[in-house]
Design a protein around this ligand. Sequence first.
Ligand code: CP3
Length: 343
Amino acid sequence: MAERKKLLRSLAGEVQAVPPVWLMRQAGRYLPEYRATRAQAGDFLTLCYTPELAAEVTFQPIRRYGFDAAILFADILLLPHALGADLWFSAGEGPRLSTVTTEADLARLRGRDDIHETLAPVYETVRILAQGLPRETALIGFAGAPWTVATYMVAGRGTPDQGPAHALKAADPALFDRLIALLTEATIDYLSAQVAAGAEVVKLFDSWAGSLSGEDFDRYALEPVRAITAALKARHPGLPVIAFPREAGGRYVGFARATGADCVALDNSVAAEWAAEHVQRDGCVQGNLDPALLVEGGPRLIEETRRIVRAFSGGPHIFNLGHGITPDADPDNVHRMLEAIRG
Ligand code: CP3
């Protein structure tokens, strides 16, 4: 019974004594079994586009820890790839893409209707997962939010301050807005196809939302997420949406109401006690343990885990980290964290 899954109950607003838990990047390099499958695939993109292997790494943390949700193994940069950008991951350097900074670059991209050929293996991964997950485990699909994806497309790589995207938005707002509009439309179709394949929840990762302020935050972090959420809910009534405007700070307040998202994911720069009072009043929140504690372990891991569970115990909550688990995390610390949550 889909309604009985713990994750979906929190997303529907239910307060649970023991919150559901999963971790961002739960399939990742901290797990030896991930490193083995990654080596078998050869490179990261092949892993993403080989459904059997992508499904295998998605299952691995579920087998090891029994998390309440599995998140599709893919990457937010597959969408620009499907739109026609070149994409490669060079070891130690992170992602690299061909850049979009001119009208001609934008004109060379494909339209929203042409993304599915490249992304078909991702939908197949979702189908394998929907078939093979334990019945109590919810399946989360995801995409990057338009602003964050645009920051990579404009710069051609990750940047510390998203400078190139800020510069383009200032120099040629019409061009920048057309890129955001294309990403918004393509993201709706991409996530809709994930849902059609069996994703039960979708999450929008806006990792660089924190570099937007004032009207820019409304225009580029809030509005695209509102539009995507509305379109998805129109196509898939009842679909829960998790929004992650990372490092939004004070702008977390009211974000769920303004976008229609069912849950706001919190990074660990905000205090759980503050977020319980100002953000959780609007509904479910997710977060927000510091990922560094899964490296450090010890008494602080247990104390902080308990503190977060306690702080959010008055409302609907999904336990998670404030950002992805890091490659140097100790897999045994994840067991210790789970023990502190589930008792
Ligand atoms: O959470 C999950 O387990 C699902 C899979 C997932 C990945 N990336 C796999 C991945 C998800 C949800 C993402 C999202 C993603 N990808 C974001 C948003 C979340 C965030 O972390 O802020 C961003 C910005 C990206 C872009 C990206 N992909 C970067 C910057 C990098 C390099 C950094 C790094 O950790 O190496 C990636 C690569 C990547 N995506 C890896 C994984 C497991 C590591 C690749 C490897 O195995 O070598």
